[in-house]
Write a protein that binds this ligand. Structure first.
Ligand code: SAH
Length: 397
């Protein structure tokens, strides 16, 4: 087994629960250059004392995930089966929640195996493999899921690692096929999910608490949802009694899908009430400023990086400037909800940048609420990359 020496302060972090090993943590880079996906390595400190064992999983986040700090544990079938069983055991009561039938079953490093996520969509499962190393363990993982979840109807799998052109990226692999759409429920709001088409299924389960918050706040408010995708935030707002919503996304697919989500919940898609715009967010903002439009509740959830014909956006570089405009088109007495899932943009930096943006518009804007990943199913480690979701709610006085 290859030994890798890391700096002592990093070793201390691992001892307190950190699980991600980054290239920069390694003292001598030649120790890792030859390693391939799935290799099991021993992590040692500067004095060559055993710290942990890790599996090489080359994601953007780092190069290896620690799976144990014990010398006697191995990344074998028993270990993997146990991790999956424990994860499901921890979520047992979520299967019985009447108003929500979709949630995360296995959250990578937070459940002991980095690079593997498994989601539950009202009877069906989507497994996301972030590394060939984990995909090679699929037999034991699929078997365990089938054994411990008797009500499981079918499984879809996505490969989130580089594959050859002939290879599949997404596939139905077990049991029956899901209806298209598969209607799921969250806090008594329904959403149309399509499994087997793209790894993005129509809903990001990690925003559950934000949708719930919006639903409880939105009565009689005008709502602007930027980077709206399938309109999930807008539908939650409308279900909570919003008087008007505007959903803006540049992707064509967002129009029909958002409409479908409104219709599922018997909400009007009359554009005077619930407007869906397929256009660039930056063009829409220019339009809103030109017409002096303001909204009572604004939610913005951009991708970490985006490029359209006209604009290029990187959350870490450009969010602050975008936020200035967003505060500007938030009505006094209104709320601005700013979200980022960029794992490299730390909560502290994001918060500082957004507060700075708010001050450019008014001294009367306050940070009133903050959301991170839902604790009941998106288990995390202390690694900042694991806590990638950051959502800030500002109130404009
Ligand atoms: N907020 C959504 C998820 C957003 S995913 C939700 O909670 O479900 C990011 C979305 O941003 C994608 O649908 C993509 O089409 C859209 N997008 C990326 N760049 C854009 C731009 N410049 N203008 C409008 N939409 C954009």
């Amino acid at each position: 087994m290859t030994n890798i020496n890391i700096y002592n302060d990093i070793a201390a972090n691992v001892q307190s629960g950190a699980r991600l090993i980054r290239t920069a943590d390694v003292i001598n880079e030649t120790q890792i250059t030859h390693l391939s996906e799935g290799a099991i390595v021993q992590i040692r400190d500067e004095d060559n004392h055993f710290v942990a064992k890790a599996i090489v999983v080359k994601q953007n986040k780092g190069f290896a995930w620690v799976f144990t700090v014990e010398t006697f544990e191995y990344f074998d079938e028993m270990f993997i089966q146990n991790a999956v069983e424990v994860a499901i055991e921890k979520r047992m009561e979520l299967f019985d929640v009447e108003e929500t039938n979709s949630f995360r079953l296995f959250n990578g490093e937070g459940d002991g195996i980095g690079g593997l996520t498994i989601d539950w969509y009202n009877g069906f499962i989507q497994i996301n493999w972030y590394s060939i190393a984990l995909f090679n363990e699929r037999e034991i993982i699929v078997q365990t899921l089938k054994t411990v979840i008797p009500q499981l109807a079918g499984i879809y799998e996505t490969k989130r690692f580089a594959v050859s052109d002939e290879d599949w990226k997404i596939k139905h692999t077990e049991g029956s096929q899901a209806p298209q759409p598969l209607v799921i429920k969250e806090n008594d709001v329904e959403y149309a999910v399509y499994l087997g088409e793209d790894w993005m299924t129509g809903i990001f389960l990690d925003q559950r608490h934000v949708r719930e918050f919006i639903k409880t706040q939105a009565a009689d408010l005008s709502v602007l949802n930027l980077f709206s995708y399938t309109g999930a935030f807008s539908v939650a707002a409308a279900a909570g009694g919003a008087s008007k919503t505007v959903s803006v996304d540049v992707a064509n697919r967002s129009l029909d899908w958002t409409k479908e989500n409104f219709e599922l919940n018997n909400i009007s898609t009359d554009p005077d009430e619930h407007e869906i715009r397929v256009m660039d967010v930056f063009d829409y903002i220019a339009y809103a400023k030109r017409h002096e439009l303001q909204f009572d509740l604004l939610v913005c959830d951009p991708p970490s990086f985006a490029r359209t014909k006209k604009f290029q956006f990187s959350a870490e570089k450009d969010y602050q400037e975008l936020a200035v405009d967003l505060f500007d088109i938030t009505a006094p007495g209104g709320m601005t909800i700013l979200s980022t899932n960029h794992s490299g943009y730390t909560l502290n930096n994001f918060r500082d940048d957004m507060i700075a943006a708010s001050k450019e518009i008014s001294e009367d804007i306050y940070l009133i609420q903050q959301f991170e990943l839902p604790q009941e199913d998106f288990y995390t480690t202390i690694d900042p990359e694991s806590n990638y979701l950051k959502v800030l709610v500002f109130y404009r006085g």
